[in-house]
Ligand binder design. Structure first.
Ligand SMILES: Cc1ncc(COP(=O)(O)O)c(C=O)c1O
Length: 385
């Protein structure tokens, strides 16, 4: 087909294909062990799949209500109450979304206007900045401080102006595996007290947390809950990233604004999966052991590579592990990532790709949400580098 010959002005001139898709494609071309993109290579529970099948056969295949099926929203309210001791109104304060990605996009679109400033922490998940900029907002970068990626709250408070509309936090954190503790959440609350600043708390890895730590959801903090959108993802919790199912929690007036956008992005999401997840969530065992499950995988991976020349950057949550290659090479992160795929057959993601200015720290992100066989292959390769 001939290309469009008119004047095409891109609304997102700086945005290309996501680094995860690029790395996965190069990994496929070279038949590499792919620890780049964050997705599990093991199966979804048969029981959960059977529930979906059941509801499809029952004829629940048409549009669900715009905010999500009552049965799932009620169950989420129950689960959140059990986990965090807070009670959301299932009808007015809970919404099912087409993956956290859609939730994040709709939240930002609902509240960020021209010239509004949004503070994000770098390294940052890749969807935040484009969503902010597409809505005319200005991204203000706060750097997570090395070596352990903690937040310097003094610096954050200095970034706040009378145009600051939103602060986006992410715990457990992709790509670093760091987590925010109780003190962090309280500090955030103090900093924004008395302002109109809202919070988007990206908690998609809420159940994947290690070493006895507890997930500090923003909804646990009275100083945050009334101004925060909490975002969750069933894709992460149920090993089903391809289903694109998640949820948003927010106070009624924030949720009302959110829904104005959500209804015109997807209107509603997959009906039979919502029913099936509602059933599945009833049994705590279906998600409560997830942290231990991934902790074992993390430990297996780390033990396996302990004799390699990579230095381990502690990961307390998510299914990502950063490895520092400073004793192996001076190369830039992107260069070594591509060389490791081509020469050794292992794919990762350079941490520099999570910074707007491609800051270098000589660290690569590896996803350990993989079967033992995949991890064994990766370990063998990493020990040779
Ligand atoms: C920090 C973070 N937020 C949001 C998402 C998107 O989640 P979903 O697949 O539910 O859209 C991801 C997925 O990788 C993520 O890592």
């Amino acid at each position: 087909m001939k290309k469009f010959e008119g004047n095409l002005v891109s609304k997102m001139p700086g945005v290309g294909t996501s680094i995860f898709a690029v790395m996965s494609q190069i990994a496929n071309e070279h038949n590499a062990v792919n620890l780049s993109q964050g997705f599990p290579d093991f199966p979804v529970s048969e029981k959960l799949i059977d529930r979906i099948h059941h509801y499809m056969k029952e004829g629940l295949n048409q549009y669900a209500p715009m905010p999500g099926t009552p049965i799932l929203r009620k169950q989420i309210t129950k689960t959140v109450k059990e986990l965090h001791g807070v009670e959301y109104d299932w009808d007015k304060e809970v919404n099912i979304v087409a993956g956290a990605t859609e939730g994040i996009y709709a939240i930002i679109s609902a509240i960020v206007k021209d010239e509004d400033e949004v503070i994000i922490f770098e390294p940052a998940y890749d969807s935040y900045s484009p969503c902010i900029e597409l809505n005319g907002g200005i991204v203000k970068h706060a750097q997570l401080r090395l070596p352990d990626y903690h937040i310097d709250w003094e610096k954050v408070s200095r970034l706040i102006t009378n145009r600051t509309k939103l602060i986006i936090i992410n715990t457990p954190h992709n790509p670093t595996g760091s987590i925010l503790n109780e003190g962090d959440m309280k500090r955030l609350g103090e900093i924004i007290k008395g302002t109109d600043i809202l919070v988007l708390s990206d908690e998609v890895y809420e159940h994947i947390i290690f070493d006895g730590h507890q997930h500090q959801s923003a909804c646990r903090f009275p100083e945050l809950i009334n101004r925060t959108f909490v975002v969750g993802s069933f894709g992460k919790t149920f090993h089903a990233t391809g289903w694109k199912m998640g949820f948003v929690l927010a106070p009624e007036n924030l949720m009302a604004e959110f829904r104005k956008v959500h209804q015109f992005v997807v209107f509603t999401v997959n009906t039979p999966i919502q029913y099936a997840i509602a059933d599945y969530l009833k049994n705590k065992k279906n998600y409560i052991g997830l942290g231990k499950f991934y902790e074992k995988k993390r430990n297996y991976f780390l033990k396996g590579i302990s004799k390699s020349r990579f230095k381990i950057v502690p990961s307390y949550g998510t299914y990502f592990q950063l490895l520092d290659y400073s004793e192996i090479s001076d190369e830039k992160e992107m260069d070594i990532t591509i060389r490791l795929i081509k020469e050794y057959g292992i794919a990762s993601v350079p941490v520099s790709s999570f910074y707007h200015n491609e800051e270098e720290s000589k660290r690569l992100r590896f996803c350990f949400a993989k079967e033992k066989e995949t991890l064994d292959k990766a370990i063998e390769i990493l020990c040779k580098i």
